[in-house]
Design a protein around this ligand. Structure first.
Ligand SMILES: Nc1ncnc2c1ncn2[C@@H]1O[C@H](COP(=O)(O)OP(=O)(O)O)[C@@H](O)[C@H]1O
Ligand SMILES: [Mg+2]
Length: 311
């Protein structure tokens, strides 16, 4: 077995995949399960997501669509860096491990590969992706499709100026909607997990087809504390003085100060804090919580400056 590319992870090599499909993987996958566990959120958001996705397999195939019009689409929205893509991939794996006995697959779609095609071809490429490529995958068994940054595929037609946006992109949205309806009735074992940083750019007809639209917020103080603690503990495995910071009671105060920062930024914070002083860069064991606080102020300051520039 080739250790760099185990066959169980990639069923199909990317060069053999139809246009618009990035990868096809067998589920559950341990790395995706770990991704799910790595996202820390308050308010039972993960439970709601998991329950909704499981219903797609326990309820949807068994109940008449006229009574329960499920489309098999879950949409995760929220600011960049809040863990939406990680959650969607992790969720796919989690559902597969709960629904034992069935061979699930994850299909990752690359919407940019379709919309960047030559003028006049987008609509057809989108149509073919859903009606042929995805339908073929779904015919092989339970299939979960990741539509990352779905606003590219289902752009809001009412906000599009036909001068600035080629009519072809307009029609691509129509094609997505037609295909979603067709697949929803023909393939009840198919689940779409869509994400977007710009929900206002998504067509309303797409959103109304979603069985659940869930907002993924930036971590609150408790989740922020856990993320920082986890990052410090991991670095602390190599630099013992940092492990002590992970256990410090004052970490709660630091996490309060970090309110509003997204998960990605929080994970970068420990490195940013080390880069605040040459001494800590040379010897990470010298990191102090004050460095983390300085890095937080720095990040918040540059965010405000960037937002000011945009206005
Ligand atoms: N709530 C969170 N808890 C832990 N890590 C997070 C959280 N939100 C984001 N991250 C981390 O930030 C990075 C970016 O996540 P990603 O899923 O790409 O976000 P998005 O798709 O919302 O932009 C990942 O490394 C992820 O682990
Ligand atoms: Mg993302």
């Amino acid at each position: 077995m080739n250790p760099t590319n185990p066959p169980s992870l990639h069923l199909v090599q990317s060069q053999d995949l139809p246009r618009g499909i990035n990868s096809v993987r067998a589920l559950p996958a341990p790395d995706l399960g770990a991704l799910w566990d790595s996202i820390i959120l308050e308010d039972g958001i993960k439970d709601r997501l998991l329950s909704q996705a499981v219903l797609n397999y326990t309820l949807r195939p068994k109940v008449d669509r006229t009574a329960l019009p499920m489309h098999g689409v879950i949409l995760l929205v929220g600011p960049p860096g809040t863990g939406k893509t990680s959650l969607a991939k992790g969720l796919a794996s989690k559902v597969a491990s709960l629904m034992k006995g069935a061979k699930f697959r994850l299909v990752e779609v690359d919407p940019h590969a379709l919309t960047s095609s030559a003028m006049g071809k987008t609509q057809r490429a989108v149509g073919e992706l859903f009606s042929q490529s995805i339908a073929e995958q779904a015919a092989n068994g339970p299939t979960i499709v990741l539509l990352d940054e779905v606003e590219t595929l289902a752009s809001d037609r009412s906000r599009m100026s036909l001068e600035a946006n080629p009519i072809d992109i307009h029609r691509a949205t129509d094609a997505v909607l037609v295909q979603l309806d067709a697949l929803a009735s023909s393939h009840p074992q198919l689940l779409f997990l869509a994400t977007s940083n710009f929900p206002q750019a998504i067509d309303g007809a797409f959103t109304s087809r979603c069985d659940l639209v869930i907002e993924v917020p930036p971590p609150g103080p408790e989740a922020a504390r856990q993320i920082l603690r986890q990052c410090l503990a991991t670095v602390g495995e190599t630099f013992p003085a940092i492990a002590k910071l992970a256990e410090s009671r004052d970490l709660e105060r630091v996490a309060q100060a970090a309110a509003g920062l997204d998960g990605r930024t929080l994970r970068k914070l420990v490195v940013n804090a080390m880069a605040m002083r040459k001494e800590t860069a040379m010897d990470p064991n010298r990191l102090a919580l004050a460095d983390l606080e300085a890095a937080i102020r720095n990040t918040q300051g540059s965010r405000r400056a960037a937002e000011g520039e945009r206005q």
